[in-house]
Structures are given as C-alpha cells and as structure tokens.
Design a protein around this ligand. Sequence first.
Ligand code: G3P
Ligand code: CA
Length: 248
Amino acid sequence: MDKICSIGHRGIAAEAPENTLASFARAIELSPDMIECDVRHTKDDNLIIMHDPTVDRTTDGSGCVAKMTLEEIKTLDAGSWRSPQYAGERVPTLDETLALCKGRVRLILELKEEEIDSSVVQAVRNFGMEDGVVIASFYDKVGLRLPNLSTRLVFKRLVWRYLPLTESESVQLVDESAALNASILGINYQAVSGALVRASHAAGIKIMPWTVDDRENMVSMAELGVDGITSNNLRLLLEVLKDIGAES
Ligand code: G3P
Ligand code: CA
C-alpha cells in the first residue's frame, strides 16, 4: 500500500473545538502530516481562523466576522460550546496558528474569502513557511492568482459532488483543475472513483478527499489510491492508516 497523507480537519475537530489553538495542539501531539483550517478577515483586516461567516456556532457571541474587529472577536469564548474543558479558548489569528505549527506540522489554509489571498501569502512568507503550507479554496480566482505571487504554495481545488465521478466527468474535472494550476485536488470523498484517481495521477495532480470520519470509507479511499485523507477523527485515521500499512 502506498503512503497516504493524514490531514486533521480543523485540527482534530472530533475531540476539540474546531479551528482553535487547542485543537491544533492536540492534533500535533498525534504527528499527522497536515492540519487543515479555515481563514477569514475581520472588519479591521486581521486574518483569523474560523469556518463560518458568523461567530454564532463556534463561540458564545453572535455576529458576522467581517463586521467585527479582532479585539471584539478576541473577547469571545471559542471553547465552551464544545466542552467546559475548553472554556476560555480564543479564536486564533492566522499568525498565532502559523507560530504554533511552524516546524511541527504542515498546514492547509482554506481561504473562505477570495480577496484575502495576497494577505495570507504575505503572512506565510513572514513566517518563512512557504514550504509548510498549502493554499486551498473553493474560489477559482485564488488558484489563478497564486502563480503570479512567485511562491511555492500550491492550490487545492475543492468541488461539491456526492456520487462517484464517471470517466468523462473525471477527465473534465481534472482538466479544469489543471487549468487552475492545482497540484492537489480536494473533493468530497463520495465523488471519488477509480476513474478520478487515474485521471488525476495522469495529470500529475494529487487527490485528497474530505471529510472521511469512519473506518470503512477510510479503507475504501485508500484502496482507490488517493494520496491523502482529511478527517475530523484524526486519531482513527492514523490508526487505520497504520493498520493497512499506509501511514507516512
Ligand atoms: O478540507 C476541505 C473541507 O474543509 C472543505 O469543507 O466546509 O469543512 O471547509 P469545509
Ligand atoms: Ca475547510
């Protein structure tokens, strides 16, 4: 079995409040290959880590991230909603996340907004982490702009699809991804087929499905030949990869 890249989704979201330093630190303890997190900007143009456009679901506050200052967001509790054990956990900035992860784990930074790409790349450069970060986005423009930034960051194309792709659909998707300079194709695992893996590899593009949280689907993704798996349940993923001889 070829080695498969293990990716902790939002840190280790199955065990800790997603997209917090506590979640990233807990994931790092397990030594995954990568951690994925989501980047947005605040009203005063700071970059923070949060999945949703509002703070409502993952903090004790309410409101749109883009209409709040960093100072306001930093007053919020981003841990109690998950467990009292994490009370007082704060929403991290991108810089705090880069500082924690530098030299410990590679990061997938998913840009949840398309206009923040140059600020994110600048932050990565400031930390000298060009080799330790993958830029991901659902926004095609992000991929098209990155090559002009003379950076080693790579782009990850993400699409929504819930049935295994046919051969012609696979070729079309891979062609679109190649045109966007993608080096990795991130996709819902339910869309992955043998045809898609073959087409991706023929184009020199790695395929890393998300978000796979049960053993059966982890094994079936591995059998299809994917290059990486993203999971909320990083602990289980690492156990499964070890069991099947695919840990990297
Ligand atoms: O890794 C890809 C995945 O994170 C995309 O979906 O909604 O969890 O950000 P979402
Ligand atoms: Ca994400």
